[in-house]
Write a protein that binds this ligand. Structure first.
Ligand code: HEC
Ligand code: HEC
Length: 353
């Protein structure tokens, strides 16, 4: 009896602290130095959508992370101030509450750390430094009121840390679960998936080996393992000079990198963070939730459709000496490819907020 009462108490505690769990998702964990409150989330949303935090007054976080495209922008590579085009595809930030690193190469560890980077990125928000952010906030009475309510601080006490915490809190509310797949897999609602999508799920987990990296656990599915792999994408320029680069890198890595062109450097992927040769051309496994809404695909936006993604994996990716061994020719039939795409389309659900 005591045990039952204790577990009931713990359950109530868990659900009040972490909120209701969405089918197919784990509970969101909040950092101890950034507890979640509804007012902080509302402030974060306002900051996220404010175009005044850019050198041209035209770009906000939402310019590249639109709510109606599951927080992506539909472009191969991100477009920032003055129409400048970046090198990388804008990833969804849906379910980033569960990520253990941020950016395609994982160079940031928390949402709080990540949130200030785009503001001074010369082709994104393009600010000279972060002081503009505080100037805008100081000049806007409604922001001063918000920061006072949320953090109990006066205008002079507002720091970029508070801005980052607010944005991160908002991002932790952008959750997507309870899709047709979740109802089928976790709730046993058989009719919600078409026969083709149900066959696709089996192929995804077995023959095509997709779940090796796009993970499905017994009680939740994030469709990522938060690890980094070279699957052969965007490795065009580097492939040609790889033997020379590796020869140089043996004696002096920094020197070898500095000899690369900027187009070659951008293809280093995770290596740029770890300087470990095994990470050359490796990128973070992205979630596949809402994947039907977030074309084009891959870190460089080089694949236009889900059909093309499946073709890419079926042929075993583009070979290179760092290609992960979990990428190999799959010999899928036409029907199996169709089934896999139907399954990927069953991962769509409304993102909350
Ligand atoms: C010009 C387009 C653009 C703008 C504006 C922009 N982003 Fe991004 N965002 C990107 C791109 C591109 C990446 C991936 C960059 C990389 O990996 O090098 C990214 C990555 C991210 C990630 C990491 C997601 C993951 O899964 O790794 C988060 C979180 C994020 N942005 C939030 C924001 C916030 C918050 C703002 C506003 C302060 C913002 N972005 C402004 C294009 C943009
Ligand atoms: C070895 C690990 C691994 C395996 C196996 C794998 N993937 Fe991936 N997947 C990745 C990584 C890493 C990326 C990101 C690559 C990049 O951005 O260049 C990715 C990207 C994707 C994307 C694009 C996502 C986006 O938002 O741009 C889709 C769709 C996808 N994979 C589906 C699949 C399917 C379907 C299978 C099985 C046929 C599969 N993956 C097998 C690791 C894997």
């Amino acid at each position: 009896m005591k045990n039952i009462l204790l577990s009931l108490l713990l359950l109530t505690f868990a659900s009040t602290v972490f909120g209701e769990r969405i089918v197919g998702l784990p509970a969101v964990k909040f950092p101890s130095d950034n507890p979640q409150t509804p007012k902080k989330v509302a402030l974060g949303k306002k900051l996220f959508n404010d175009v005044r935090f850019s050198s041209t007054g035209t770009i906000s976080c939402a310019s590249c992370h639109h709510s109606n495209k599951s927080f992506t922008d539909g472009q191969p590579q991100a477009i920032g101030i003055h129409g400048l085009i970046g090198k990388r595809n804008s990833p969804t930030i849906t379910n980033s509450a569960f990520s253990t690193s941020f950016f395609h190469d994982g160079r940031r560890k928390t949402l709080e750390e990540q949130a200030l980077d785009p503001l001074t990125n010369p082709i994104e928000h393009g600010l000279k430094d972060h002081s503009t952010v505080l100037n805008v906030i100081h000049s806007d009475f409604s922001y001063l009121k918000d920061f006072l309510t949320v953090y109990g601080i006066t205008a002079e006490e507002i720091t970029l840390g508070h801005v980052a915490k607010s944005i991160a809190s908002y991002e932790r509310t952008l959750l997507s679960g309870n899709s047709p797949f979740d109802q089928y897999f976790f709730k046993g609602q058989r009719p919600v998936l078409s026969e083709s999508a149900a066959r696709g799920l089996r192929i995804f987990r077995r023959k095509a080996n997709c779940a090796n990296c796009h993970e499905i656990s017994w009680d939740h599915a994030l469709f990522t393992d938060n690890r980094f792999y070279n699957i052969g994408i965007g490795f065009g320029e580097l492939r040609l000079i790889l033997p020379t680069f590796l020869e140089h890198a043996k004696t002096n890595v920094a020197n070898a990198v500095s000899n690369l062109s900027s187009n070659q450097k951008v293809e280093l992927g995770r290596f740029a963070v770890t300087h470990q040769l095994k990470d050359i051309g490796a990128y973070k496994t992205p979630t596949l939730r809402n994947i039907d809404l977030t074309a084009p695909y891959m870190h460089d936006g080089s694949i236009k459709t889900l059909e093309d993604v499946v073709e890419y994996y079926d042929k075993g990716g583009d070979s290179n000496s760092f290609l992960n061994p979990a990428i190999f020719p799959l010999s899928l039939s036409k029907q199996e490819k169709t089934d896999l795409v139907s399954f990927l389309k069953s991962l769509t659900s409304l993102t909350t907020q």
